[in-house]
Design a protein around this ligand. Structure first.
Ligand SMILES: Cc1cc2nc3c(=O)[nH]c(=O)nc-3n(C[C@H](O)[C@H](O)[C@H](O)COP(=O)(O)O)c2cc1C
Ligand SMILES: Nc1ncnc2c1ncn2[C@@H]1O[C@H](COP(=O)(O)OP(=O)(O)OP(=O)(O)O)[C@@H](O)[C@H]1O
Length: 310
């Protein structure tokens, strides 16, 4: 999959079918849009492109209100690649882009890319103040004889609301990892560098890898989780604690993971942590023995989870 950072650079891919959107998390609804674009591309014998942005518009307009990110730019690229898309246009999110009127945005698309067709969901908006919608898109593209396919939104199972990045952020913030996994179509994945902690874990029989969490990343609430750690392409069962280790004094909030039946050095490595299930709240224990006993129970639950799911 070729990756471009401007419409000008992507002009080598004129006449493609294009899927448009922010696509944070690349959830099941986003994938429906991309897969429809791909089958249209095949039908028309042209490549398929995804046109998206490197960050949420609020990261520029009002950073304090920027929603938590479900994926880093690298993860987003990887998820889109896994759909089988031919090319990705990842436009940097800038004030200039956000100032572009819906008409100008469409004019640039037509000028540089001359799409064969465009695919979006019914809630797609674009251009300055998100003033453009599917109706304006159909009209602007229609003037240039470019068809626009507007898809009904994929709904969450057993519910009457559409899958959206916003709903998934809410589930993660409540620790509802299984529900988040259903809507994402994969477990929620946190990707970050492993940094050193207090090196106390190894002294109590449970060494942990502490992760340096990107400041804008979506994060489940404090507590203990069944997780998996991906190392060199292989997933290892793991258990993760998010919190400030209240059993000990002078602590700070961290995300730390014990990888089951594994030993090695991953300081400085970037790893992917998959969240499967919340096990319990983080607790203040009155002794280290009680903490270790609780962690042994956690470990049994992790093993049970993996034996039931693999
Ligand atoms: C699965 C798991 C569960 C944990 N549960 C708790 C807990 O309930 N309360 C607590 O104070 N610390 C808890 N911890 C954190 C341990 O106190 C911590 O791993 C240990 O102090 C090592 O810290 P270090 O990584 O900085 O060396 C948990 C850690 C793991 C991996
Ligand atoms: N559930 C869905 N089913 C089908 N298409 C969708 C769905 N959700 C979003 N889309 C489409 O996918 C593209 C990207 O949308 P966008 O990233 O704004 O998604 P979103 O999940 O609705 O995000 P947010 O919750 O932040 O509004 C758009 O074309 C949008 O219309």
């Amino acid at each position: 999959m070729n990756v471009y950072d401007s419409l000008e650079a992507a002009a080598v891919c004129r006449h493609a079918v294009i899927a448009l959107g922010t696509f944070d998390g690349v959830h099941v609804g986003h994938r429906r849009v991309m897969e429809t674009a791909m089958s249209e591309g095949k039908r028309l014998h042209v490549p398929t492109l995804v046109l998206t942005f490197s960050a949420h518009p609020l990261s520029v307009l009002n950073p304090l209100k920027e929603p938590a990110r479900l994926a880093t730019v690298e993860q987003k690229e990887e998820y889109i690649r896994s759909v089988g898309i031919d090319g990705l246009i990842m436009l940097p999110m800038t004030q200039e882009l956000l100032n572009q009127s819906p008409e100008d945005f469409c004019a640039c698309l037509i000028k540089y890319l001359a799409p064969s067709e465009i695919v979006v969901g019914t809630n797609f908006t674009y251009g300055k103040k998100a003033a453009g919608n599917t109706e304006t898109l159909v009209q602007s593209m229609g003037d240039a004889h470019i068809p626009v396919r507007v898809l009904d939104l994929v709904e969450a199972p057993q519910s009457d609301y559409p899958v959206s990045s916003t709903v998934i952020r809410g589930l993660i913030a409540k620790g509802e990892m299984q529900e988040a996994m259903t809507l994402l179509g994969r477990p929620f994945e946190l990707r970050a560098e492993v940094v050193s902690g207090d090196r106390r874990g190894r002294t109590i029989g449970f060494p942990t890898a502490n992760m340096l969490i990107p400041p804008k990343a979506a994060l489940p609430p404090d507590g203990v989780y069944v997780t998996g750690v991906v190392l060199d392409g292989k997933e290892w069962p793991a258990m993760t604690n998010i919190g400030n280790n209240p059993t000990f004094t002078r602590q700070y909030r961290r995300v730390e993971t014990h990888i089951l039946d594994w030993s090695g050095d991953i300081y400085g490595k970037t790893v992917t942590l998959r969240f499967y299930k919340r096990l319990r709240d983080e607790k203040k224990f009155s002794s280290i023995t009680e903490l270790v006993d609780a962690m042994k129970v956690d470990k049994k639950k992790v093993l049970l989870h993996f034996s039931a799911h693999t």
